[in-house]
Design a protein around this ligand. Structure first.
Ligand SMILES: [Zn+2]
Ligand SMILES: [Zn+2]
Length: 334
């Protein structure tokens, strides 16, 4: 890790794939760095953004073809001080990629080497994950290569595989071994099959931290949800006690990623429920944007709306900080 004339100078001697201490200092320095560069934009509060660091655990490089300079500006304007890049797996035509449909995470996202290089080039603001199509013969080897280089998460796992398949179980074991979470995109009949069986994996791999994300994860906060591939963004009142709600309550190793339209919809569809949900799972939910805005200056970006919504619905300032920063710092061991 290098620093270049910023408050991060004290970290110059520290290596990046290293101790918790250096990452913690690194995050603190990122907050100070934001103080110097923060500019108004999106909907994030200017005042808060300049004083309070935010970790975005869910972003992609080359997302929907977005240029890097636009991406950098977008994250800063959202008020994000640290961004975790989730790579795609390699491009292959297999059943698990729906014969190539899900290559690039179905959104032109770039892979391990690009995310690693980008994070190395922007060490004050960016971290990277490790990923691969899980049923390729050398998937573990490829993921492990980037974990050894300092990847902080395995994911985004967005492939057509059974969640309790032998290849996914190898990934859960790898995540536990390297003390990194595994982040999974749950989408009924499309990505990660068998959400109602995940509890078996949560039980079998108690040292693996699972982070749930996407439509089917969020639809199932509602006890009355009936999974339907044509209705992935349910609206209206939520009855507590859905599968997702129970996983978060019952398993210490289950966490939730607030990113994407699905995360935002889950908060806004029933705000009374959301306040209670944020209170009950205040140590389990983590902010991410998964925002693919093509412009750096949009005023209606979904990632910024989620920050704004968390700030509005969090029952206390302390809970707000957990959701936007503290939980990510703890779970990703930053
Ligand atoms: Zn996703
Ligand atoms: Zn994503």
């Amino acid at each position: 890790m290098t620093a270049s004339g910023t408050p991060a100078n004290k970290n110059q001697q520290l290596d990046s794939k290293n101790s918790r201490l250096s990452r913690r200092d690194f995050i603190a320095a990122s907050g100070l760095f934001a103080l110097a560069v923060a500019v108004p934009g999106c909907q994030a509060s200017k005042t808060a953004a300049t004083t309070e660091p935010i970790i975005d655990i869910h972003q992609h490089l080359g997302y929907s073809g977005r240029p890097d300079d636009v991406f950098l500006e977008h994250q800063r304007k959202m008020g994000v001080t640290t961004t975790i890049l989730l790579p795609a797996g390699r491009s292959v035509n297999t059943a698990s990629t729906h014969e190539g449909v899900s290559n690039g995470l179905q959104a032109k996202c770039l892979g391990n080497e690009d995310c690693y290089n980008f994070a190395r080039a922007h060490p004050k603001e960016y971290l990277f994950g490790a990923n691969e199509v899980p049923d390729l013969a050398d998937a573990v080897k490829e993921i492990e290569k980037y974990l050894k280089l300092g990847a902080v998460v395995i994911g985004e796992q967005k492939f057509g595989v059974e969640c309790d398949s032998p290849e996914m179980q190898k990934i859960y074991q790898l995540a536990a071994h390297y003390h990194v979470p595994v982040l999974m995109h749950w989408q009924y009949k499309m990505y990660n099959y068998g959400f109602d069986r995940l509890h078996k994996m949560l039980k079998k791999y108690p040292k693996t931290i699972f982070i749930g994300h996407a439509q089917t994860w969020w639809a199932n906060i509602d006890k009355n949800n009936k999974d339907d591939a044509a209705k992935l963004y349910p609206k209206g009142k939520v009855t507590p006690g859905g599968i997702t709600d129970r996983y978060l309550s019952d398993y210490p190793n289950m966490f939730g990623d607030l990113s994407a339209g699905s995360g935002l919809n889950a908060l806004t569809r029933d705000e009374d429920h959301a306040r209670d949900f944020l209170e009950r799972h205040q140590d389990k939910l983590i902010y991410g944007s998964d925002c693919n805005d093509p412009q750096p200056t949009v005023h209606e970006c979904q990632g910024a709306k989620t920050i704004e919504t968390v700030r509005r619905l969090a029952p206390s300032k302390q809970i707000e900080r957990k959701l936007l920063y503290v939980n990510a710092q703890r779970v990703f061991r930053l």
